[in-house]
Design a protein around this ligand. Structure first.
Ligand SMILES: NC(=O)c1ccc[n+]([C@@H]2O[C@H](COP(=O)([O-])OP(=O)(O)OC[C@H]3O[C@@H](n4cnc5c(N)ncnc54)[C@H](OP(=O)(O)O)[C@@H]3O)[C@@H](O)[C@H]2O)c1
Length: 517
């Protein structure tokens, strides 16, 4: 960074709330998410002095174990899963003094009394009053835990007493609109909406947060961000892995619930929303909800023409053999659960009327990558376009969300030489080259924001419910319909032929994410 860049760096941290001393209670403390994501994130925040001081972390789970044993498990987890892998012995010792375990069953009132006793034993007043409850549990347990916390006097709804309590809940938030509404009703009996922080870890990613900066801090791009300039938009979230050991979970979820309802619709909302009136959480979330509500509702009878599903069969990814989904562990033989979805949505508002938004996600695809491609309209059919026909590539901006995070502008240029040739060239911004390889994990940002009480990166009640109202008719359209032959794709390919046809109907083609060397 040169001196001018340094001078022009606009620091917005003054907006940040202060992280006040607090106690963080993780329900589901012996689970996979705690070991792989939550504790590594808290450890990094601690080593970077971003956690409040003092802070306490209490793990609550069913298994009997001592605090020492839990700390040893967590250390092994940080060594295995954290982004640095390395654990500094001295820093870990300091971090470990903030951690304790509370054994208990979620349904047992006595366990919450014990937890309350543990918290009451902390010396610093703020550690007893400021409480962050992280529900890393199955959604069916959210309400039970919240009710017990409330009865134990640990979670207070709209109190005037000093301190705060917040509840962070993991995805999936319900499995359809009705269940999400029920969950919301149950949770809001014990916590006000402003105390509830619904996680979609995609929103914690740097590149996803950068969508708003890119759009609203650059005059040149935002002017192009309309139906006048944009031909269509493609959002792809592809995964190279199959369902692996998560077959049981996936049988209940499928790609539509697991990825489209949350991550893909969230990215779509950020890409397409109107500028918010301010950077306050509610202004941003208002605009996201407005955008989701502008997505043209599909009747279940229209699903076949706008949404394509698929399921992988045996194949190869990177030369490695893969079994078909129906042969995976804990998967029902003959199951119709989708491992791939391609969708065409229309956004009925002034800015986007008539512009298709194509969303696609799937497992066992050739590459793991998330990207958004803004495909601009072709040039008028004169001059070079008249000569080249469809070979003249239309301009595009690609936001690569992960991996090889960056932004690419694609335009045409003259191939040097005496002959007259035009071909696409790229201007590329890479996060790594510009800022170095440091990219904090999404959970670091999300945990910190929850501690600070900033809800911008969390999903509001009306947002989650609107997203389900988009998804439910699609599921209805598929229900009781077995997968047909053209709804299968071989592992290692980019999905079903029908997904290609979905775009071909409007003269479009999928632009697959490319490996970056
Ligand atoms: N894992 C991920 O990467 C991931 C990603 C996104 C979202 N999520 C969501 O996060 C949540 C947790 O996932 P996970 O993978 O960590 O689950 P997990 O490995 O199955 O862990 C579940 C945890 O809940 C505890 N638990 C379950 N029932 C209990 C009860 N009745 N009383 C007390 N403790 C109980 C378990 O304690 P014991 O072990 O002591 O029985 C364990 O600590 C799920 O909703 C999941 O969908 C997970």
């Amino acid at each position: 960074m040169d001196q001018l860049d340094e001078l022009l760096t606009c620091r917005l941290d003054f907006r940040r709330r202060k992280a006040e001393p607090c106690s963080i209670v993780i329900f589901g403390a012996s689970g996979d998410l705690t070991a792989r994501k939550l504790i590594p994130a808290l450890y990094h925040l601690f080593t970077e002095k971003q956690l409040p001081d003092p802070v306490r972390i209490i793990g609550f789970a069913r298994r009997e174990k001592s605090s020492e044993a839990w700390r040893a498990e967590l250390k092994a987890g940080v060594e295995a899963f954290s982004r640095t892998k390395r654990v500094d012995g001295r820093l870990w010792e300091a971090f470990a003094t903030c951690i304790e375990y509370c054994q208990g069953e979620f349904s047992d009132a006595q366990a919450y009394a014990k937890l309350a006793g543990q918290i009451a034993g902390f010396e610093h007043a703020a550690l007893k009053q400021n409480l962050l409850f992280y529900l890393s549990t199955s959604p069916s347990q959210f309400a039970e835990v919240a009710e017990h916390l409330s009865k134990a006097g640990l979670l207070k709804r709209e109190t005037t007493e000093p301190g705060w309590q917040r509840v962070v809940v993991e995805k999936p938030f319900g499995h359809d609109l009705l269940s999400a509404q029920k969950l919301n009703t149950e949770l809001t009996r014990f916590a006000h909406e402003k105390q509830i922080f619904r996680i979609d870890h995609y929103l914690g990613k740097e590149t996803v947060q950068n969508i708003l900066m890119f759009r609203f801090s650059n005059a040149i791009f935002e002017q192009l961000w309309t139906r006048q300039s944009v031909d269509h938009i493609q959002i792809t979230v592809s995964e190279k892995i199959g369902v692996g050991s998560r077959g049981g979970y996936y049988e209940e979820a499928g790609a539509l619930r697991d990825m489209v309802q949350n991550h893909l619709l969230q990215v779509l909302a950020l890409i397409a929303m109107e500028p918010p009136v301010s950077l306050e959480a509610e202004s941003i979330r208002d605009e996201k909800v407005k955008l989701l509500r502008s997505i043209r509702p599909l009747h279940s009878s229209q699903v076949a023409t706008s949404i394509v599903r698929g399921q992988y069969t045996a194949g190869e990814v990177d030369g490695q053999p893969r079994v078909g989904y129906r042969e995976e562990n804990k998967v029902r033989p003959g199951t119709n659960v989708e491992t791939f979805v391609a969708a065409r949505f229309l956004v009925d508002n002034w800015r986007w009327s008539g512009v298709p938004f194509y969303l696609r996600t799937g497992k066992n695809l050739p590459l793991s990558a998330s990207e958004v491609r803004i495909q601009f309209r072709p040039t008028p059919n004169v001059l070079f376009a008249a000569q080249c026909g469809t070979k003249l590539d239309a301009n595009a901006i690609t936001l690569r969300l992960q991996p090889n995070e960056g932004i690419t502008l694609r335009f045409n240029g003259k191939v040097p030489g005496t002959s007259l040739q035009i071909r696409p060239v790229r201007m590329h911004f890479s996060y790594d080259s510009e800022f170095g390889a440091y990219t904090p994990e999404a959970y670091e940002r999300l945990l910190l924001e929850a501690i600070e009480g900033d809800a911008t990166l969390f999903i509001r009640r009306d947002e989650v419910e609107t997203a389900w109202s988009i998804i439910d008719p699609i599921r209805e359209g598929w229900s009781n319909r077995s997968l047909s032959n053209d709804e299968f794709y071989s592992a290692g390919t980019w999905g079903t032929v029908a997904a290609e046809q979905l775009l071909a109907a409007s003269g479009h083609t999928w632009r697959n994410p490319q490996p970056v060397s």
